[in-house]
Design a protein around this ligand. Structure first.
Ligand code: ADP
Length: 427
C-alpha cells in the first residue's frame, strides 16, 4: 500500500499530536524524527509525519529542512501534504510559518493552501479570521508574552500576510457552516483572485471535518493537528484507504517495564507521587550529586533485581525550590543538560538490561532519550491519555522498543500505571 498523506511538523510534540489524530481517524501512521535518511526503507504506513525542530530555528534553516522533508515525502509518493504548525500559530513577522508555507507551495507548484490552526477540543477556535484561546483573543491569552514567539495580533489574515510574499484571504464562518461544497467554492474563488492562502474559520470539529472534505484535492494544507481530522475519510471515499479499524495496532515486544521522568511539572510530580505507593521508585537527587555519570550508575545499580513486568520508576524530577537551587549552582542550561544526560544514560542502561516498555516524562527529556537511543522513527499506537500514544520505535540497537513520550503536563495522575496496564492482554 502506498503512503497517502505526508506531513512536515515544525516541532516534535506537535508531530506526535498530529500522528495521534491521524491514527484515531484510521490511518496507520509513522513519525520520523528529523529529515529521513534517503536510503532508509519506506515505512509501511498510510501516513508519515516528519518531525522537525523548525518552529523557532533561523528562517533559512526552517525552509531548507522543510523542503528536504517535503522532497523525501514526495519520493515516498504522498498525494497530499500537511504543514503542521502550533495551534496558537507560534511565529514572528519574520516567520517561520509564512516563509516555509511559501516554499512548500512553490516546491509543489501549487497555487493555494487553506490555513486553519483551530483545535476546538483544546479551546483553539478561529472566527472571522481571529484566533481564540478559550474565550480570549490570541493576543490577550498570555501568548502575547511568549519568550520566543510573542503573538500580539489575533487576526491571522494580517499575521500570515506579514510573513508571506503572497496575499491572504478568509473563508468565513458562514461559508464553513454552509458545508463542503460552499467551502470548496470559496477556496477556488480566493485562488482565482490570486490569493495564495485562505484562513478558514472553524469553531467546532464539524467545521474541521467540512474543511477536510472540501480540501480533498488540495496539495498542501497548513494548520494544527485538527486540520487532519477530515482528511482520512477522503481516502476511504475514493477507495485508496480501507476503512481501518485497528490503525493503532502495535506488535508488543516482550520485556521489562520502566518509567524515566525528567519533567518537573506539577502533573508529572503528581504522577510520580501516585506511582511511589504502588511500584519500586527511585528519586535521584541531582542537587546532592551533580554528576551525570554517578547518578546514572546509582540508578542502574538500584534496578538490579527489580526489573520485570511491574514497572520501576526512576525520577530526577524535583520541586521548584530544588530545581532553582541546582540552576543557581550550575546555571539554568547546564542544570537541564546534566539531568538530561543522566536520564539518557539511565535509559540506555535500562534497554541494555532488557527494558522494552518505557514511559519517558518530559519534552526535553524525551528528546535526549530518543537521541541517545538512536531512534529515528515511531509507529503510533493506541492513545493512553489525550495526546499521548504508545509508540513502537526501532533503532534501539535494532530491538523494537515501546515508548510513550509524555510532555510534562500531559496525562492523568495514574498515567504511569495505566500505560502499562493497557498493554496487558484482556484489557
Ligand atoms: P516538561 O515537558 O515538563 O517541560 P522537560 O523534560 O521538557 O519537561 O524539561 C524539564 C527540564 O528540567 C529538563 O531539562 C530536565 O533535565 C530538567 N530537570 C529535571 N530534574 C531536574 C532537577 N532536579 N533540577 C534541575 N533541573 C532538572
Amino acid at each position: 500500500m502506498p503512503i497517502l498523506l505526508g506531513a512536515v511538523a515544525d516541532d516534535f510534540t506537535g508531530a506526535t499530536d498530529l500522528a495521534n489524530t491521524l491514527v484515531k481517524a484510521g490511518m496507520r501512521t509513522v513519525q520520523m524524527i528529523g529529515v529521513p535518511d534517503g536510503s532508509a526503507p519506506l515505512p509501511d504506513a498510510d501516513a508519515v509525519v516528519v518531525a522537525l525542530k523548525s518552529r523557532t530555528a533561523p528562517v533559512g534553516e526552517a525552509v531548507s529542512d522543510s523542503l528536504a522533508a517535503l522532497a523525501w515525502l514526495r519520493k515516498a509518493g504522498v498525494r497530499q501534504v500537511i504543514f503542521k504548525v502550533c495551534s496558537t500559530f507560534d511565529s514572528t513577522d519574520a516567520g517561520n510559518i509564512g516563509p516555509v508555507a511559501d516554499a512548500l507551495l512553490d516546491a509543489l507548484d501549487a497555487p493555494f493552501a487553506p490555513v486553519c490552526p483551530a483545535f476546538p477540543t483544546n479551546g483553539r477556535t478561529v472566527y472571522q479570521g481571529h484566533l481564540f484561546v478559550g474565550s480570549a483573543l490570541l493576543n490577550e491569552s498570555g501568548m502575547e508574552n511568549h519568550p520566543l514567539t510573542p503573538m500580539t495580533d489575533a487576526n491571522l489574515v494580517r499575521v500570515l500576510g506579514r510573513q508571506s510574499t503572497g496575499t491572504v484571504g478568509l473563508v468565513p464562518f458562514a461559508t464553513i457552516e454552509a458545508g463542503a461544497d460552499a467551502t470548496r467554492r470559496a477556496m477556488m474563488a480566493l485562488r482565482e483572485r490570486g490569493m495564495r492562502y485562505g484562513i478558514v474559520d472553524a469553531v467546532s470539529d464539524a467545521h474541521l471535518m467540512t474543511l477536510g472534505e472540501a480540501a480533498a484535492n488540495i496539495p498542501l494544507l497548513v494548520g494544527g493537528s485538527g486540520i487532519a481530522m477530515g482528511l482520512p475519510a477522503n481516502f476511504v471515499r475514493d477507495g485508496s484507504l480501507a476503512a481501518t479499524a485497528g490503525a493503532d495496532t502495535l506488535a508488543l515486544p516482550a520485556g521489562h517495564a520502566a518509567v524515566v521522568a525528567g519533567s518537573c511539572s506539577r502533573a508529572t510530580l503528581a504522577q510520580i507521587g501516585l506511582a511511589r505507593d504502588a511500584v519500586p521508585t527511585l528519586e535521584l537527587d541531582a542537587l546532592a550529586e551533580p554528576d551525570a555519570g554517578a547518578l546514572a550508575a546509582r540508578a542502574l545499580a538500584w534496578v538490579e533485581g527489580r526489573l520485570g513486568a511491574t514497572p520501576v520508576v526512576i525520577a530526577a524530577s524535583a520541586t521548584p525550590d530544588k530545581v532553582a537551587a541546582l540552576q543557581e549552582k550550575l546555571g539554568r542550561e547546564a542544570a537541564g543538560a546534566l539531568v538530561e544526560a543522566a536520564l539518557a544514560a539511565v535509559t540506555e542502561g535500562l534497554v541494555a538490561r532488557g527494558v522494552r516498555r518505557l514511559v519517558v516524562a518530559g519534552g526535553e527529556t524525551s528528546g535526549a532519550v530518543v537521541q541517545r537511543l538512536g531512534v529515528r522513527r515511531l509507529r503510533i499506537g493506541p492513545e493512553i491519555d489525550p495526546g499521548v500514544p504508545w509508540t513502537l520505535a526501532d533503532g534501539a540497537g535494532g530491538e523494537p522498543l515501546l515508548l510513550a513520550l509524555k510532555s510534562g503536563n500531559f496525562g492523568a495522575r495514574d498515567f504511569f500505571l495505566k500505560a502499562f496496564a493497557m498493554l496487558e492482554p484482556g484489557r
